[in-house]
Ligand binder design. Structure first.
Ligand SMILES: [Zn+2]
Length: 218
């Protein structure tokens, strides 16, 4: 008897591989592995049409799995502000880099990220002008472990991780708002999130979305 089979489904215009593993189990379970494949573990009586029916009955679980899938990119790809580009290294290229549609041609990739940080700095300064009494806050970029930003309230300073260059700009906006609001509330209390929601009402969505980019945090 064949204990495994594979087929494909389409959801939100994307194709997913469904990997069915048959075991001596009572319950059928659904999960997604790190490659974005849907793994169905079930008993020996389950056929393909049973799995298809199961998936069509559990679209909410399926969509949750798809939405929480980590954003990654392959070695020859570049993730810039949430968009994936093919990276083509041309050592003799006449400029540091050039973006053409979905391809980034480059001889100096560091310059691309330097310029991306300048864009984030501008976004930061724009918000500093809006947030009360904080137009003189200092911004530093640093490679940070497992965090997107830190606010040093006494020093009037915010540090953002350089990994933000990979994250969509609307999510960067959430990180900026979050750190500024720490000047009003040092903790993550309900009062803090009330402050955040004044400047970023959809902060809960942003919190979920940013988790998908944690792959880029060293
Ligand atoms: Zn915080």
């Amino acid at each position: 008897m064949n204990n495994e089979f594979i087929f494909q489904i389409t959801r939100h215009n994307k194709t997913f591989t469904v990997h069915v593993v048959k075991k001596n189990v009572k319950r059928t379970s659904l999960r997604m592995n790190q490659f974005g494949e849907i793994i169905v573990t079930t008993n020996h009586h389950f056929k393909k049409e049973d799995v298809v029916r199961l998936l069509s009955l559990n679209t909410k679980i399926l969509d949750n799995m798809i939405n929480q899938m980590p954003k990654t990119c392959k070695e020859n790809e570049i993730m810039l502000f949430g968009n994936v580009y093919e990276g083509v290294n041309i050592p003799s290229f006449q400029v540091d880099y050039k973006i053409v549609d979905k391809t980034i041609y480059y001889k100096n990739i560091d310059k691309l990220y330097e310029d991306a940080l300048k864009e984030i700095e501008k976004q930061f300064n724009d918000f500093a002008r809006i947030y009360p009494h904080k137009e003189k806050v200092q911004l530093f970029f640093r490679k940070m472990r497992s965090r997107w930003g830190v606010c040093y309230m006494q020093k009037n300073k915010i540090v953002l991780t350089t990994a933000l260059v990979h994250v969509p700009k609307n999510i960067i906006q959430y990180v900026i708002v979050h750190e500024f609001c720490h000047f009003a509330q040092g903790n993550h209390s309900p009062a803090f999130y009330q402050e955040v929601s004044k400047y970023y009402p959809n902060y809960k969505e942003a919190q979920k979305e940013i988790k998908q980019y944690s792959y880029f945090l060293p």
